[in-house]
Design a protein around this ligand. Sequence first.
Ligand SMILES: *[C@@H]1O[C@H](CO)[C@@H](O)[C@H](O)[C@H]1NC(C)=O
Ligand SMILES: *[C@@H]1O[C@H](CO)[C@@H](O)[C@H](O)[C@H]1NC(C)=O
Ligand SMILES: *[C@@H]1O[C@H](CO)[C@@H](O)[C@H](O)[C@H]1NC(C)=O
Length: 377
Amino acid sequence: MALTRSPWRRVLQKWALLTVGAVGLCYLLSPTTAPWSRAAPSPAPTSTAAPSSPPAPPSVTPCVANASVQNISGFAKLPEQSRDFMLYQHCRAFPQLLDVPGKCGGPAGSSNVFLLLAIKSSPANYERREVIRKTWGQQRTLEGAQIRRVFLVGVAPRALDAAKLNHLLWHEQREHRDVLQWDFKDTFFNLTLKLMLFHTWLQQRCPGAHFVFNGDDDVFVNTDNVVAFTRGIPSDRHLLAGQVLANTGPIRDPASKYFVPTQLMPSELFPPYCSGGGVLMSAFTARAIHRAAQHIPLFPIDDVYLGMCLERAGLAPISHDGIRPWGIYVPRHSDPMDPCYYRELLVVHRFAPYEMAMMWQAIHAPQLSCGRKVRIS
Ligand SMILES: *[C@@H]1O[C@H](CO)[C@@H](O)[C@H](O)[C@H]1NC(C)=O
Ligand SMILES: *[C@@H]1O[C@H](CO)[C@@H](O)[C@H](O)[C@H]1NC(C)=O
Ligand SMILES: *[C@@H]1O[C@H](CO)[C@@H](O)[C@H](O)[C@H]1NC(C)=O
């Protein structure tokens, strides 16, 4: 199921990580070579110059915890993240700290966007965002199809990190104009909140985008194949493709990251859903999800929540063989980084940043020749 990890790969990974780390540090430590300082020649500071630091976050009354949930039987014994989720489950509106209102050319112009890449990231994942910007997330026009990119982030959960990372994101935004940030704690159980805030943004700012890819920042996407696959499909019909999970249910082990208490979901069965690592949807389906979500209380696991929305809308997810959010099986003694495995795929899980860079080069190398069709299973 997972990518095989061979010793050479680990060694290579170590070296690459060290190198990337060192380069990254140099960037961060040197004020003159900071990546964002190249964005524009810095004008002499005047009173009208653009601010050089982020504005203070908007002050709005924060959503208040629902104290009544403490009366639910067994509440006090639940793990902290479950209790926290239940206390704030009803909070669905948060101020947006970073926005790119014109990302798709306004609501009316947004039908010129063919594919919007909406990538779930966390404030600290700077290197992943940087490599995605240079590889599969490039904003470009591919044989007439406009590709646009946004990263979806909240605020780092620890206050100490939050101020620094907000500053970093603000600089990234200045250079790349691709960050959507909302003022909520960026935690695993808040991923559904992130997803719903994105869908609201999508309907306001970019409703015409024909297709939306929504996935994690550690997946490798063969964007060319995604465009080729969706090109023939009408975006005004239902499409939600990914790796489908059916007949699964909540994990009741309180030690699990995915633990769902019966107090939150008595049923033992999830609706069919796609693994959240990477899903592809049409404009039609994005609208249907947004509508359905208004009637469904938030759920701690975002991909299951998407399944609930689809079920309510009377729609079903479909499996696509090229979407492998859990990686691919590579036969023993073969090279798991052989680009021929990835040339035919749409989405594959868990690439380190340097692996993304390598693979993006490799699958686009003109001399790449994959004689026999490589078998993936
Ligand atoms: C919890 O239950 C008690 C007893 O029924 C009740 O008096 C109290 O108001 C409840 N607290 C909340 C916050 O709902
Ligand atoms: C607060 O929690 C109680 C108990 O679960 C629930 O009945 C009520 O609807 C919740 N209130 C809000 C605003 O969600
Ligand atoms: C989600 O974010 C809100 C707002 O920051 C926070 O109050 C809540 O604790 C977070 N929930 C979880 C489960 O982390």
